[in-house]
Design a protein around this ligand. Structure first.
Ligand code: IPM
Ligand code: MG
Length: 353
């Protein structure tokens, strides 16, 4: 097992460190190699995805990533900004399938801003397409138009093959769960997603046991708050998935709890928390490392087909939460408030017994 460790920026290094400690505690004999990405890549090599980091990512079995981005890079040309490093590694490695499970741990019911009966036992899987859509579509840029006025352009586009492959991933996941799949689009307005819907319907014929439904994205955003438990597996494009997964994360109490896996067609994957680099709290040792540690569990499950270690990590996290340990973002009165590194240590202690 060769695992690339890309801590990135902001809270990235501190949360990644805790996940690496958990990985080491599992004693699976993995080879870990660290490299800079995002602002850290820019600072060291003038590139948010240095060649050496890309090579490492290409030659590893899996990648663990912290987070990228910091306001201090906001004035750089777009190609040099931290986010480009992340988007490029997703694209270069063909990591088109992004799985973002939103699970509410019973202990965190009070951390959610929604009423307990709306969110208790919530377990949703968001399948987000990750290498297409308006994120990558050409033409793009800021130009001066014929009237001499500046104009911003991005292009939403999906080819049938891109929709088909994410559809297969989503239907297969639905087969392993409740056999319900909701495809989210904006087919009433956008042709790209009209095609998306047609392809979903076509692919659904290969999975007759799965009940496929469709929902417009604005309604889905509303339904996620109104009655989130109506959903089991959601499949959607890159931009809608970006937005809906942040929304879904808050149902679980904190964005600090939402892991993610980004997979290619051979289950090689990059694993990262769904949250960002939170530069405002970076270096204070108060971030929540659980989304990153949960991402590590997903690595064992999806890339290494090692359900045993995946379950081991997840059980350790449940145990830690049941003991009352909370980082600031999931803390309520009466809990034991601990730091990022203490949370990592608590999870390792729970692994042991
Ligand atoms: C995410 C993030 C990224 C995205 C940013 C950092 C480029 O928000 O992983 O959801 O928009 O995909
Ligand atoms: Mg996002």
């Amino acid at each position: 097992m060769k695992i690339a460790i890309l801590p990135g920026d902001g809270i990235g290094p501190e949360i990644t460190k805790q996940a690496v400690n958990v990985l080491k505690a599992l004693n699976v004999g993995a080879e870990l190699i660290e490299a800079p990405i995002g602002g850290a890549g820019y600072d060291k090599f003038g590139d948010p995805l240095p060649d050496s980091t890309l090579d490492l990512a290409l030659n590893s079995d899996a990648i663990l990533l912290g987070a990228v981005g910091d306001w201090k890079y906001d004035t750089l040309p777009r190609e040099k900004r931290p986010e480009r490093g992340l988007l490029r590694v997703r694209k270069e490695l063909n990591l088109f399938a992004n799985l973002r499970p939103a699970i509410l741990y019973p202990e965190l019911v009070s951390a959610s801003t929604l009423k307990p009966d709306i969110v208790s036992n919530l377990d949703i899987m968001i399948v987000r397409e990750l290498t297409g859509d308006i994120y990558f579509g050409e033409p793009r840029g800021i130009h001066t138009n014929e009237e001499g006025e500046k104009e911003g352009i991005n292009t939403m586009r999906y080819a049938v093959s891109e929709i088909e492959r994410i559809a297969h991933v989503a239907f297969k996941i639905a087969m392993r769960r409740s056999k319900k799949l909701c495809s989210v689009d904006k087919a009433n307005v956008l042709e790209t997603t009209e095609l998306w819907r047609q392809v979903m319907v076509e692919i659904s014929k290969k999975y007759p046991e799965v009940e496929l439904t469709h929902m417009y994205v604005d309604n889905a955003a509303m339904q996620l708050i109104k009655n989130p438990k109506q959903f089991d597996v959601l499949v959607t494009g890159n931009i809608f998935g970006d937005i809906l997964s942040d929304e879904a994360s808050m149902l679980t109490g904190s964005i600090g709890m939402l892991p993610s896996a980004s997979l290619d067609s051979h289950n090689k994957g990059m694993y990262e928390p769904s949250h960002g680099s939170a530069p405002d709290i970076a270096g204070k040792d108060i971030a929540n490392p659980l989304a990153t540690i949960l991402s590590l569990a997903m690595m064992f499950r999806y890339t290494f087909s090692d359900e045993k270690n995946a379950n081991k990590i997840e059980s350790a996290i449940k145990k830690t939460l049941s003991q009352g340990y909370r980082t600031a973002d999931i803390y309520s009165t009466g809990d034991k408030k601990i730091t990022c590194s203490q949370m990592g240590e608590a999870v390792i202690a729970s692994l042991a017994n």
